[in-house]
Design a protein around this ligand. Structure first.
Ligand SMILES: Nc1ncnc2c1ncn2[C@@H]1O[C@H](COP(=O)(O)OP(=O)(O)O)[C@@H](O)[C@H]1O
Ligand SMILES: [Mg+2]
Length: 236
């Protein structure tokens, strides 16, 4: 069975595309066939892919397709997606009607959150959108929040410290969401790979790359472990 995930936050610059490429590289490394759907008409994801091809850095086990209408997204999942183990949709960074299509087509929606209030608001909106679709259509789509662009000093920011109680508040209000323990740090290598260097997992194992790899490995482990457990109560 193909698993379909989506990175959703209507905050531009939240870290969706970065998250998608990091996850794709890790799943591909684990031998899974990964289809990435670029549903954002700014085409950052497919831009990365084009640059990778130009520089002969196309990763194994990953394909990228562009689909920015409801019909094309559904077709990409139904037709192309069957040949893949994991489909990951990169959603647009604005509140659009596509968001509902993307969420409805996914079993798991992940929202990156940077330590800033606007980011929390966008994650809260994604949680509400997922829950509304679950209620309306009788589905069981999960929603995870992942903290990104974290730094050690940044953990002292009020906005950082507010993330946990914010998600706990959503859980208390019976929203089906959880905050992942694994955080993505602010790392230059995450920016650099966007310049067509392929995936993180293809980079030479320097010290910064090793640290990043450990982090992304832990994130995928946590996603897969959490996805398998069905109870959302008290997990924020
Ligand atoms: N963990 C991170 N460390 C360093 N830079 C990051 C990180 N996450 C995102 N970025 C950078 O922030 C910018 C916005 O991220 P992006 O993934 O494109 O967001 P979105 O797809 O939500 O608009 C990009 O320049 C990206 O390289
Ligand atoms: Mg993007």
């Amino acid at each position: 069975m193909t698993r379909t995930y989506a990175a959703v936050s209507n905050k531009g610059g939240a870290g969706k595309t970065t998250l998608v490429t990091l996850l794709a590289g890790e799943y591909a490394l684990r031998g899974e066939r990964v289809l990435l759907i670029d549903a954002d008409n700014r085409q950052n994801l497919s831009g990365w892919w084009t640059l990778c091809a130009e520089k002969s850095n196309t990763p194994d086990n990953i394909e990228v397709t562009v689909a920015s209408t409801q019909r094309s997204i559904e077709q990409a999942i139904d037709n192309l997606g069957r040949a893949f183990n994991v489909v990951i949709i990169d959603a647009p960074g604005v509140d659009s009607s596509l968001q509902a299509t993307i969420i409805r087509s996914s079993e798991l929606v992940i929202s990156p959150i940077q330590p800033a209030i606007k980011e929390l608001e966008a994650a809260g909106q994604a949680v509400a959108a997922v829950n509304e679709i679950n209620d309306q259509l009788g589905l069981n789509i999960s929603h995870f929040n992942v903290r990104t662009r974290i730094s050690v000093p940044g953990r002292n920011l009020e906005a950082y410290r507010y993330i946990k109680p914010f998600v706990a508040g959503l859980v208390a209000a019976e929203y089906r969401t959880r905050l992942l323990d694994t955080e993505l740090f602010e790392r230059n290598i995450y920016r650099e790979i966007q310049n067509g260097l392929g995936t993180l997992q293809m980079q030479e194992l320097t010290d910064p790359v090793r640290k990043a790899r450990v982090e992304v490995h832990a994130l995928v482990d946590e996603i897969e472990r959490s996805r398998a457990s069905t109870s959302f109560e008290g997990l924020a």
